[in-house]
Design a protein around this ligand. Sequence first.
Ligand code: FRU
Length: 491
Amino acid sequence: LSGVPGFPLPSTHTQQAYDPASDFTSRWTRADALQIKAHSDTTVAAGQNSIPAQLTMPSIPADFPQINPDVWVWDTWTLIDKHATQFSYNGWEVIFCLTADPNAGYTFDDRHVHARIGYFYRRAGIPASQRPVNGGWTYGGHLFADGASAKVFAGTTYTQQAEWSGSTRLLHTNGNRVSVFYTDLAFNRDANANNITPPVAVITQTIGLIHADFNHVWFTGFTRHTPLLQPDGVYYQTGQQNEFYSFRDPFTFEDPQHPGVNYMVFEGNTGGPRGVANCTEADLGYQPNDPHAETLQQVLDSGAYYQKANIGLAIAENSSLSKWKFLPPLISGNCVNDQTERPQMYVHNGKYYIFTISHRTTFAAGVDGPDGVYGFVGKGIRSDFQPMNYGSGLVMGNPTDLNTAAGTDYDPDPQQNPRAFQSYSHYIMPGGLVESFIDTVEGRRGGTLSPTVKLHISAAASAVDLTYGNGGLGGYGDISANRRVVDFLAF
Ligand code: FRU
């Protein structure tokens, strides 16, 4: 092990696989996350990029096109099977996006309590160079009828109700039944957007049918919405324990090592009440006698224990995927970061990668990293996961100056790189292609799809492919299927 002068070494992670049902939770430690700072350039001029080039998303031009002027989109996902293969349906590519109405009188930053899952489609098999610059997607509208997802909260008190991220699974690759797994949200807030009672997040399933003819794509069904999971307070923190808890973003898959068994990863927080100073030496993860190690007391005194992200695991208890049981979390980031969002399981060259998105502003005191996508690699779905790239976890961040205050997307620091919030909600697709949405570029707000970029992924390392597209940037919203379903009996 060799480290960066002045910084601690990363923790040792063997990548060893454990039984998915066992209670081994791997840790993204402070020693790991500090490798991001260790590899950040302290000599760049304020507002430049301090992140290594191969881990930086290329700069999105400020004159980006809009997918549709009448709909904001952010978190986006594809039509996948149990192995995350991406399907077109009867000649059409389909994407699912969180959407909100730009003409309804609220701002892009207030979109979350208005989020509805919408869908778009375009003809499959056309290269990006032959499509309109915005990707050429047609908006199909909301996926669920008005009021359908609210039925989960019937009889409870709420002021707003929303549909948050998830995934859409083609149940049989020779048919048209799809299962949507998403996060059903009910808020109970006062006029200042403070919680009267904590938000209620329910991981929910609904089943429908996809249809396509020669002109368009549409869906039927999605009338019954089945609540699947709410946090247990032991593995996964509840709203009662912390009104700012995270419990969302289900992604289901079958493990090639356990054929026929279905799992779900999701975003959670470590169980227990907010503010209890219970990080441990293991969460710090320093090598014995590392001269650059922090003491546990120093870390606790910094307040870092408010940040306790985890990546959860559940196992399906029936074949219709309507009954699930919690298993212990796969990864925790106690005293490291508070949000590991939209986790996905990505199997590549026999290795298991967990990719997840996170923010600079959710890092704990003393650790830092850009907004972007983070990755962990192991030999099975439950492993002693090794954080990718120098043991840090960072896979691809926005151009960011870690030497300068973060600011926010809604209130940028004028000294910060004007692309530090250019994109978010990255999702890794087959072949290492990555889609995301545009948040803010040079102060211009997005609410539209980013240019697709490409990663080379090899063992515990990755690099942005700068030969892909134009200097690394592919087409805007170029989200293509890599398999086709042809099911002309279904319409
Ligand atoms: C990521 C995210 C998801 C959540 C959604 C809410 O961008 O925070 O975790 O489902 O946005 O808008």
